[in-house]
Design a protein around this ligand. Structure first.
Ligand code: CA
Length: 227
């Protein structure tokens, strides 16, 4: 369940937001001023912050700036009482992700919150997914897909592919591959790296529209588009 921290001193507004969000299965913790908000930040984790600009002890924009000093990722939605452009700009500059002008319809608040949480999910996914052309490798789940079709790799094939995907468009020598994937000094007498590269190629290229791993004669291999 998503945990939201609402910082708002006006009780009526806070109650209105809490009631609506709880009906939509969000868990809300409210703080009525900046001091309380900062205490909450020490003790709890939140998925999103809603900060009112006008607070009794601190400006919501300043609070936003302070949150961003230690937390650069959690989405922050600012509420501003007046449609003042300086508040919007200052809020966004302080690290807020979006703002809403009071009074607002609850459905609008909900839409903004959902969009921010969705965007955050996408960002997290982007962070742990490597992509090259139509090939993706998820470093959390170890799932490899091409054109959306899942490809089953052995552990070594997976490590080899991850190495290529972390170094796209770059020639990787057999020595380098040997060190990185097998943690060995390369023995020039064997061709097992070529053998493994070919296993991997078969799995990620056979039945698909283009080649991805290319041989660079005398130098090694490269992951690049088939041009
Ligand atoms: Ca207020």
């Amino acid at each position: 369940m998503n945990q939201i921290c609402l910082v708002e001193d006006e009780q009526k507004v806070a109650a209105f937001i809490c009631k609506g969000l709880e009906e939509h299965d969000y868990q809300i913790t409210t703080a009525k001023d900046g001091t309380m908000a900062k205490a909450l930040l020490q003790s709890s984790k939140f998925n999103l912050f809603i900060l009112d600009v006008m607070l009794p002890d601190i400006n919501g924009i300043e609070l936003c700036r302070q949150i961003r000093q230690t937390d650069t990722k959690t989405p922050i939605l600012m509420l501003t009482a007046l449609d003042q452009i300086q508040n919007k700009v200052a809020g966004l500059k302080a690290g807020a992700d979006d703002y809403l002008v009071k009074p607002f319809h609850f459905s609008e608040l909900l839409a903004r919150i959902e969009a921010l949480l969705r965007r955050q999910q996408t960002d997290i996914k982007t962070e742990h997914t490597l992509t090259f052309d139509d090939l993706t490798l998820d470093t959390w789940t170890n799932v490899v897909e091409r054109e959306g079709k899942q490809i089953t790799l052995t552990a070594k094939e997976y490590t080899l592919l991850e190495l290529f995907m972390r170094n796209p468009n770059k020639i990787l020598s057999r020595e380098y591959i040997g060190e990185q994937v097998w943690k060995i000094d390369f023995d020039t007498g064997t061709n097992f790296i070529d053998v493994y590269v070919n296993y991997l190629r078969k799995k990620i290229e056979k039945g698909f529209k283009s080649k991805l791993i290319h041989t660079v004669i005398g130098m090694g291999y490269i992951l690049r588009g088939d041009k």
